[in-house]
Design a protein around this ligand. Structure first.
Ligand code: SD4
Length: 336
């Protein structure tokens, strides 16, 4: 596809759906540099515009790390794992990795998965005491005969592979939990709710796609609760011939429509990533009487490097690294 065709296509599809106003990331304090989405063009010399990294929310540093790794010829799988690890280590992010909010009993439990360009998948569920769970999911994928390890088994496997034991409950998270216990009232609040999962998709210089998704899940969840983020087809799906998609939001609702898989299948049938994300959100909204009470967002990328995003409620943003630029883009929403 020639650059011109690509630009025409995006202007008819993604640009008409997606406003590109830059917003500060949800939990990132750094200021993001405003840029116009029209500048998000493919490289001047033409198509293809690789490498590209995109991730949910305003995780600027994480996406930058992945983007720079890709520019240095790192594979898409290595890049997404390096990228999301920035947030897994960020103790001020209360929804991913170390510093993540605990369950209602005070345990920080993490879910993560990865998929690579060969269609392989690895995941860990409900893991305690290990922060770098995306890397651990990769180990499950590459070094076990299984796809998913959960709980103590995943933790034991981590130690066997040299991961170090860490206390994931920070002082701040513990204090917030103590405060929460006074009412023990559980109700996610849209966008500032107890979730800001990082899901990342990347295409490397070879044009190969991988993805990772990592989270501490919903704050003050029941012990043992697992959301969508580490579940193939729900939280993440990659097909290297077609594209990839990743979700963030209320996992219980994401799981029911297997939305990431749906988006990839819609793209397989010719939909632009933007339209595919919209259809996946529409499925949820159509089936749910209480969609006004929760947020779900998808981001997607196709093999040509075209990107889409859609969410239920306003306020979701995603990062896009391309051509050396890292932008925070506001997603269009179902509810205006
Ligand atoms: C979950 N989907 O565990 C995750 C939470 C999330 O942004 O995405 N937060 O349900």
């Amino acid at each position: 596809m020639k650059r011109r065709t690509f630009l025409e296509k995006t202007s008819l599809t993604s640009l008409s759906f997606t406003s590109a106003i830059l917003l500060p990331g949800c939990i990132q304090s750094k200021k993001l540099t405003p840029t116009n989405n029209n500048e998000l063009s493919p490289q001047e010399e033409g198509f293809p515009p690789f490498p590209i990294a995109i991730c949910t929310w305003g995780f600027m540093d994480a996406n930058q790390a992945a983007g720079e790794a890709l520019m240095n010829n790192v594979s898409s799988l290595d890049a997404v794992i390096q990228g999301v690890h920035v947030e897994e280590q960020n103790i001020y992010n209360t929804t991913v990795g170390k510093g993540g909010a605990p369950d209602r009993d005070g345990n920080v439990t993490l879910d993560a998965c990865v998929m690579n360009s060969d269609g392989n998948y690895g995941a860990v569920l409900c893991v305690q005491n290990i922060s770098n769970v995306a890397a651990l999911a990769r180990k499950v994928m590459e070094e076990t005969p299984h796809a998913i390890l959960a709980g103590q088994g995943a933790e034991d496997f981590a130690y066997a592979k040299g991961f170090k034991k860490e206390n994931l409950l920070t002082k701040d998270s513990e204090q917030a939990w103590e405060e929460w216990k006074k009412s023990s009232h559980y109700k996610p609040v849209i966008n500032i709710e107890n979730h800001d999962t990082i899901g990342m998709l990347a295409i490397d210089k070879n044009g190969d796609l991988s993805g990772a998704c990592t989270t501490s899940g919903l704050a003050y969840k029941m012990k043992g609760r697992v959301g969508d983020s580490a579940i193939i087809g729900a939280g993440l799906y990659i097909d290297n011939e077609i594209g990839g998609a990743v979700a963030t939001g209320l996992g219980e609702e994401v799981l029911k429509t297997v939305g990431s898989f749906l988006i990839v299948e819609l793209m397989r049938n010719g939909m632009h990533p933007q339209q595919a994300c919209e259809e996946a959100i529409r499925r949820i909204v159509n089936k749910s009487t209480n969609y006004k009470d929760f947020q779900i967002a998808y981001i997607a990328i196709n093999k040509a490097g075209e990107v889409g995003s859609f969410c239920i409620h306003e306020g979701f943003t995603y990062m896009k690294f391309q051509d050396g630029k890292n932008m925070n883009v506001r997603s269009a929403s179902y509810v205006k």
